[in-house]
Design a protein around this ligand. Structure first.
Ligand code: UDP
Length: 234
């Protein structure tokens, strides 16, 4: 159902079985999940997070100003993008990393034209560096990138299979919601699955967001096919 998608992969997803760093096995599994979609000519843009290495808000302190901490967080996403692109390519899924932080020696700079050209050649585009400015997270950057690249939907990969009426890890009777309006996602303080800034941006531009469980085999495909897996925010 969707042809061009924005997939948000957080550092937590990329660290897989480890407490930090990059899990090659997890990335290989992701490559296997993406391959059939690429073969079906789906165009995939991935925004990678960096929380498996650094998060600005956690690092910011008296000794490290917030802007520096966020810069470190953005640099962390570069490592994920480089590693993920390598794994995807090695598994026969053509991919290119582009960065919103200029780092010419290691990665091509993101430009709209370059990203579009890769997509048109059937390559997965992995974007690093968020949007290249501090005080933001890669969730918000993901929505912004989806708008810029004209993606029809933002797919937010998580460890839970959608948005619940209360924390499913704490409450056994938590109920999964099929659909949550933008208003509800914005106003309900218990819905923490995505930053409010990201939800607000998606709302303003009517870009649907689907929260889904990454680790269920075939789930990315189901979500892209629009078969109702996960929770639709929109
Ligand atoms: N970041 C930023 N600007 C952006 C995107 C990210 O400053 O446009 C920084 C911010 O410090 C953030 C870190 O990069 O904490 C890593 O991204 P994020 O926390 O979103 O990663 P995730 O939680 O998805 O792994």
């Amino acid at each position: 159902m969707y042809t061009r998608i924005l997939l948000k992969l957080s550092g937590e997803q990329l660290q897989g079985q480890y407490d930090g760093g990059f899990d090659i096995e997890r990335a290989s599994w992701i490559a296997d999940q993406l391959r059939p979609l690429v073969e079906q000519k789906k165009q995939i843009v991935i925004m990678v997070g960096g929380g498996n290495y650094a998060r600005g808000a956690q690092l910011a302190s008296e000794q490290i100003p917030r802007v520096t901490a966020d810069n470190i967080g953005m640099l962390a996403t570069l490592m994920n993008a480089l590693a993920l692109a390598s794994v995807l390519n090695s598994k026969g899924v053509p991919a290119r990393a582009l960065s919103n932080i200029k780092a010419d020696q290691v990665v091509d700079q993101f430009t709209h034209r370059r990203a579009l050209s890769h997509l048109q050649k059937g390559r997965v585009v992995i974007v690093a560096g968020g949007i290249g400015r501090p005080y933001l997270t890669t969730d918000t950057a993901a929505v912004s990138l989806a708008l810029e690249m004209d993606c029809e939907v933002v797919l937010k990969a998580t460890k839970v299979d959608g948005v619940y009426d209360k924390d499913p890890e704490q409450f056994g009777d938590a109920v999964k919601l099929e659909h949550v309006s933008f208003d509800e996602a914005l106003q309900n303080v218990d819905i923490k699955i995505m930053d409010k800034a990201a939800v607000g941006l998606a709302m303003e531009h009517h870009t649907p967001v689907i929260v889904f469980a990454l680790l269920t085999d075939g789930n990315i495909g189901r979500v892209v096919a629009g078969d109702g897996a996960g929770t639709l925010i929109g």
